[in-house]
Design a protein around this ligand. Structure first.
Ligand code: AMP
Ligand code: MN
Ligand code: MN
Length: 328
């Protein structure tokens, strides 16, 4: 089995830094998804098992759906008194993804490790381990455990499988290679509950989210291969502080005529969060990167200034140009 899994290894300096750390501070990205929380808890748990005293941090509260993960209850939203000796950024392509929690002045004297799989990563660490071919940051943490000769156990395997399942939307994306399936086999052997993870992280949603989907779906428009929808602040007024129409951008990409999908979410202070998905053969990461964001060719995002209709018009035009250029 192991023969079918390529030897993806971290840079030796990264291993040295991890081995010599006593109190590493792990930070994952804002608005965390399953790979953000999966890689945070997997690496935190692994380092704890190695006798270290890790701090697990995220600016935004981890969604309840992930409360089955090891160390979920230890994730903190404030690191003022961290007393760390190393900082590790996870699943984040640039420092802004770490949010307010990463205060460059506070951590200027500490080495920064970056562990990520985004093709748009800007290599902002002192040591960077970036593998764009990997389907999830959790896949890198699997390789790290293997290189460290750290055995899988049920808790570690569960955290590792959570990032793989969520970032691949249940093994549907084109970066699910035979190696990913072999890794998944090992995680199942170690006791990771695939059906439960899938059910909790992909198939369960709140009633409020279903209502928000209904409102956002009502705004859907399609032209020249680009399908888009808007999520205005007003539309989610009575939905208990819910912000994102989670999962909807992938759903609308399912329209037969669509090559690229976008959802634009109005935020306070004139900001708009943009979320993009593309069919294989199209690339939304480059447009997201040029707009100050990032991601992967089939899934990317950015946050930009402007009013909702204006941002939609401008970005849909860029996405239509991407469709045209690849359809020639
Ligand atoms: P989302 O549409 O929020 O699920 O994000 C899709 C992909 O784009 C994920 O890999 C995110 O990490 C990335 N992404 C989303 N928003 C941003 C952003 N503002 N900056 C950098 N990457 C982003
Ligand atoms: Mn992520
Ligand atoms: Mn990821």
């Amino acid at each position: 089995m192991t023969d079918s899994i390529p030897n993806i290894s971290p840079p030796p300096e990264l291993l040295d830094a991890l081995q010599s750390a006593r109190r590493p501070l792990l930070i994952t990205h804002i608005s965390p998804d399953g790979d953000a929380i999966g890689s945070l808890t997997a690496l935190g748990y692994l380092l704890y098992r190695m006798g270290k005293d890790p701090i697990l941090a995220c600016q935004d509260k981890a969604p309840n759906a992930f409360n089955f993960l090891p160390f979920y209850d230890r994730i903190v939203q404030n690191v003022d008194d961290a007393n760390a000796d190393l900082v590790i950024a996870l699943d984040s392509s640039d420092p802004s993804r770490l949010g307010d929690i990463y205060d460059e002045a506070q951590f200027a004297d500490l080495p920064l490790l970056v562990i990520d799989h985004h093709i748009t990563n800007v290599y902002f660490g002192d040591i960077n381990w970036v593998e764009p071919a990997c389907c999830a940051t959790d896949e890198l943490i699997f390789h790290l455990a293997r290189v460290l000769n750290e055995p899988l156990d049920e808790a570690l395997a569960t955290a590792l499988l959570t990032g793989i399942v969520t970032d691949t939307r249940g093994f549907r994306t084109s970066n699910v290679t035979p190696a990913v399936m072999h890794i998944t086999g090992q995680l199942l052997d170690a006791g990771a509950p695939l059906a439960m993870i899938t059910e909790r992280t992909l198939d369960t949603r709140s009633m409020a989210l279903i209502k928000l989907w209904a409102r956002v779906l009502d705004t859907v428009e399609l032209s020249d291969g680009v399908i888009s929808a808007i999520n205005a602040i007003q539309m989610r007024k009575d939905l208990g502080g819910l912000i994102r129409a989670e999962g909807l951008v992938s759903f609308i990409l399912g329209a037969e005529e669509a090559k690229i999908a976008a959802v634009f979410t109005e935020m306070p202070e004139g900001k708009v969060e943009c979320s993009f998905r593309a069919l294989p053969g199209y690339d939304v990461s480059q447009i997201a990167f040029e707009m100050g964001g990032g991601g992967h060719p089939p899934a990317a995002g950015c946050t930009t200034d402007g009013d909702l209709p204006g941002v939609r018009r401008k970005i849909v035009a860029l996405l239509q140009e991407e469709v045209r250029s690849k359809s020639r």
